[in-house]
Design a protein around this ligand. Structure first.
Ligand SMILES: Cc1cc2nc3c(=O)[nH]c(=O)nc-3n(C[C@H](O)[C@H](O)[C@H](O)COP(=O)(O)OP(=O)(O)OC[C@H]3O[C@@H](n4cnc5c(N)ncnc54)[C@H](O)[C@@H]3O)c2cc1C
Length: 453
């Protein structure tokens, strides 16, 4: 990064007094700060992109674009904007990027976006390309098997460690693009300027012309815009990332196992890691269980007589790589749900369209949102094609037509796969899966057309 860009980043930062300009050591990728009252907190163990403010300041810091949330949507949007020459500041409530967590499967639409963002190949080298999928009964009998390339030669499927995906996106941003320990507490519109004011839980205040709400399924920004709470689907999921120290033994294929009212699956991620999940019916989400031993025990109890390869995978999962989630979504009914933008505030990713993971598309769609939004904003801001508000509306129209049907489809697919009626399950296993199901139409939603940024 040029010293001009770097110094403008800091001189424009009202949290730091003017004499506190840091010097950047390019060889060690660290900053040195002169002594002052508002010293940013640099954590050398985490890396050079950590800038946390140790003290709040009553001044309001002005930004052009603030993105709230450094998840997939927030980081990909910041990177897409950066690639078109538009800087932004990402606020993340946590002290670091998500370090634990498991994996998510990215299909060819996700890879297309990662290529456009310039990080696809870096990720490809770390994760196995998955060749196909097999479906078995809970007794281990194979019902059906498909090769992805047979139905779509352009399909690309890889299970990616979420931690690595986030870090790769963040590393491609200019230093200090992400400000950690910055939890949004309050959002309001300044009636005078039309700008949006944000207040963080540490008391810091910002105002920005554009706010992009990427703060996930519990989005405070979506709530402020009038969106209803996401709805529980009737299913929960436990997922984990097993570590095989001697190398994992599986073919690069997704293995699904279907029971009654419960299904599981596992997929190799790399030479020594395997991602797995169990999805099961539950009338209510129940209390949040965060003790990993309890979650692992629940997982093993749910599938206790199932094929041993699944049980071994669960056993080999470290404590920080297992979690349980209630599956929720929000259907964006036209006329009933608020539009995606309000003034200069717009939503992306789960903050706007949480969907159940039955099609593996929530993260892929968050990536797609990033590209479409950055293109529309770039047309308005850099090429003067319409106003920013028009750009946001146009983004909303284009993306609504994509994500609303997918959200419904994911929900319906989940309902079908979670059937627990013994007769229905017998027909599914004896006829529907072996004779009727075609993988091609099931993956048509992974087609995503986009020009480079
Ligand atoms: C069980 C399960 C399996 C899944 N499998 C897949 C899959 O295989 N493929 C796929 O594509 N998708 C999958 N998904 C969906 C995918 O995980 C989500 O769609 C994706 O993570 C959405 O990214 P996001 O950035 O919108 O939200 P998040 O990942 O939730 O990120 C939101 C970020 O905002 C931050 N934040 C929240 N509130 C605030 C605040 N007030 N102030 C500051 N920061 C804040 C959070 O700390 C977080 O970093 C799965 C989901 C589940 C539950």
């Amino acid at each position: 990064m040029s010293s001009k860009t770097l110094s403008s980043l800091f001189h424009g930062n009202k949290f730091l007094p003017p004499y506190s300009t840091p010097s950047f050591n390019h060889k060690r990728s660290t900053y040195t700060y002169p002594p002052n009252k508002f010293v940013p907190y640099y954590n050398p163990q985490i890396g050079n992109k950590i800038l946390c403010l140790s003290k709040s300041n009553s001044d309001t810091r002005k930004e052009d674009i603030v993105i709230v949330g450094a998840g997939i949507a927030g980081l990909a949007t910041a990177l897409a904007l950066h690639r078109v020459g538009i800087p932004s500041l990402v606020l993340e409530q946590s002290e670091t990027l998500r370090k634990g967590g498991t994996s998510l499967t990215l299909f060819k639409n996700g890879w297309k976006v990662l290529d456009i963002l310039g990080v696809g190949n870096e990720l490809r080298t770390q994760f196995l390309q998955i060749q196909g999928l097999s479906i078995k009964t809970d007794e281990g009998k194979e019902l059906r098997s498909f090769e992805f390339k047979d139905v779509d030669p352009s399909q690309e499927v890889r299970a990616v460690e979420r931690r690595v995906l986030l870090q790769t996106l963040a590393d491609a941003l200019p230093p200090n693009s992400v400000q950690y320990s910055s939890k949004l507490a309050k959002i309001e519109t300044d009636q005078g300027t039309g700008e949006t004011r944000l207040e963080l839980t540490n008391g810091a205040k910002l105002s920005a012309k554009i706010i992009i709400g990427c703060d996930g399924i519990r989005s405070q920004i979506a709530q402020w815009m009038g969106f209803p709470e996401p709805k529980y689907s009737g299913h929960c999921a436990i997922r984990g990332l097993a570590v095989y120290s001697e190398g994992q033994p599986h073919q690069p294929r997704v293995s699904y196992i279907y029971g009654r009212g419960i299904r599981a699956g596992f997929v190799p991620v790399s030479q020594n890691k395997v991602y797995w999940f169990i999805c099961y019916n539950r009338s209510s989400p129940g209390p949040k269980v965060s003790n990993p031993l309890e979650v692992k025990k629940e997982a093993l109890d749910l599938v206790k007589n199932w094929p041993s390869e699944l049980l071994t995978t669960i056993d080999l999962t470290p404590d920080d790589k297992i979690s349980r989630a209630a599956l929720e979504d929000r259907w964006l009914w036209p006329a009933l749900t608020p539009p995606v933008s309000k003034g200069g505030v717009v939503l992306a990713g789960d903050a706007w369209h949480p969907m159940t993971p039955n099609l593996g598309q929530g993260g892929c769609c968050a990536l797609e949102d990033a590209i479409v939004l950055a293109k529309k904003l770039s047309s308005a801001m850099k090429h003067g094609q319409g106003s920013v508000e028009d750009a946001m509306r146009s983004y909303g129209d284009e993306r609504w037509a994509r994500v609303f049907p997918l959200t419904i489809r994911a929900n319906l697919v989940g309902g079908l796969l979670q059937w627990d009626n013994p007769v229905v399950c017998a027909v599914r296993n004896g006829f529907v899966i072996p004779k009727v199901v075609q993988i091609g139409p099931l993956l048509e939603h992974t087609n995503f057309v986009s020009e480079p940024l």
